[in-house]
Design a protein around this ligand. Structure first.
Ligand SMILES: CSCC[C@H](N)C(=O)N1CCC[C@H]1C(=O)O
Length: 362
């Protein structure tokens, strides 16, 4: 079989394609070639988006995938699918892009992919773009918020079930395995490799679970998330095993103070950078600012890390409907670390915390 059209499910909500086309116009292009799998899923609903591409022109939107996905594309895609592999894919699109300025995602299309497009579409002008689709994902719809909320509720339930096994003598890997197995049993999957960082490993912000055996009187950082319908959740708790020493307790209390103050300041109109500064200022007053090794947080949605950014240099301003993390941490090499993270929905008059798992009183 060479190539063929397959019919599609009801058209994508015209508002999304309209919004994309308006954004393209603002960016000075006529069309968009989408190679980022997250963008493919955003635009079409096609879940095997690693093996899909999308072309949006002023008149049409087409999903390109191959014959392994004929049935799946028919079942899932909200735009018509064309079943082919390159170079047929490019040949099919050639006439539609002739004479157009076609944007592509500079952060995803490979150099080889760009060379292929240039060769196949000599009459199109290819224009690198950044963040066009991401900008349209910043504010979530009610349906998206429901999926993120459900993903977070599931992650919270799994954390509660697994919490009793976080004790001295248990390997970090076995805690992660218990979490990830339960997520899969519930029809979900982990948002990312579960972080279980005990004792001195707590100084690694991305300390994914290792073979280390949790010891007595340690802190253990668990950072986990569930994915449902393509949407992620993300939250962190640092828990005490036994009786951690005074230094670890002091760090824990400082991080909790910074985290809760930043959450309480969330509301529309606030800048991500201001929240970062607020939390960093509290940690600095506790003499710990230099050990807060990353930004305060990020948006969560189809990607676990997306906009808005809560970095010190971010110009992003919070709006109702954004879902963000607030996750200050302190990391002391050779000693350990603490991170506390909540998943937070920005509401019209402030915020709603979506992660309800209890925090330690240390
Ligand atoms: C590998 S995904 C990590 C998820 C986590 N909650 C997270 O976003 N972070 C942990 C350290 C800081 C922050 C990050 O920027 O990665």
């Amino acid at each position: 079989m060479t190539s063929s059209e397959v019919s599609s499910r009801p058209a994508a909500p015209s508002s999304l394609l309209d919004r994309v086309r308006a954004a393209l116009k603002r960016a000075g292009v006529d069309a968009l070639w989408v190679s980022d799998p997250v963008g493919v899923r955003q635009l079409t609903g096609f879940t095997s988006s690693e093996d899909g591409k999308v072309l949006i022109t002023p008149q049409e939107a087409t999903l390109y995938t191959d014959a392994r996905y004929t049935v799946q594309a028919q079942e899932e895609s909200r735009v018509p699918a064309f079943i082919a592999r390159p170079p047929e894919t490019y040949a099919h699109a050639k006439d539609g892009v002739s004479g157009l300025r076609v944007g592509f995602e500079a952060t995803h299309l490979t150099v080889a992919g760009l060379e292929d497009l240039r060769g196949a579409w000599p009459d199109a002008t290819l224009v690198p773009l950044r963040g066009v689709l991401q900008a349209l994902r910043l504010v979530k719809s009610a349906e998206e918020i429901a999926l993120i909320r459900a993903a977070q509720d599931l992650a919270g339930r799994v954390f509660t079930e697994v919490r009793p096994m976080i004790r001295s003598g248990v390997r970090e890997l076995d805690v992660a395995l218990a979490i990830e197995t339960r997520l899969r049993e519930a029809g979900s999957r982990p948002s990312f490799s579960t972080i279980v960082a005990s004792g001195p490993r707590g100084a690694m912000p991305h300390g994914t679970a290792s073979e280390r055996v949790i010891g007595d009187d340690e802190l253990v950082t668990i950072d986990m998330g569930a994915q449902l319908g393509g949407y992620h959740s993300d939250f962190t708790r640092t828990v005490a095993v036994g009786d951690p020493n005074a230094q670890l307790r002091r760090i824990y209390r400082a991080v909790r103070e910074a985290e809760e103050a930043a959450v309480a300041a969330v509301k529309p109109g606030v800048r991500g950078a201001d929240l970062d500064r607020l939390a960093r200022g509290i940690l600095t007053r506790h003499g710990l600012g230099e050990y807060f090794a990353h930004s305060l947080g990020h948006g969560v949605g189809l990607e676990v890390h997306e906009g808005p950014s809560l970095r010190g240099v971010s110009e992003d301003v919070l709006e109702a409907g954004m879902v963000i993390t607030i996750e200050p941490g302190v990391y002391l090499p050779g000693v350990g670390g603490v991170r506390i993270e909540d998943l937070v929905l920005v509401t019209d008059d402030g915020y709603e915390v979506l992660s309800h798992s209890p925090k330690e009183d240390l």
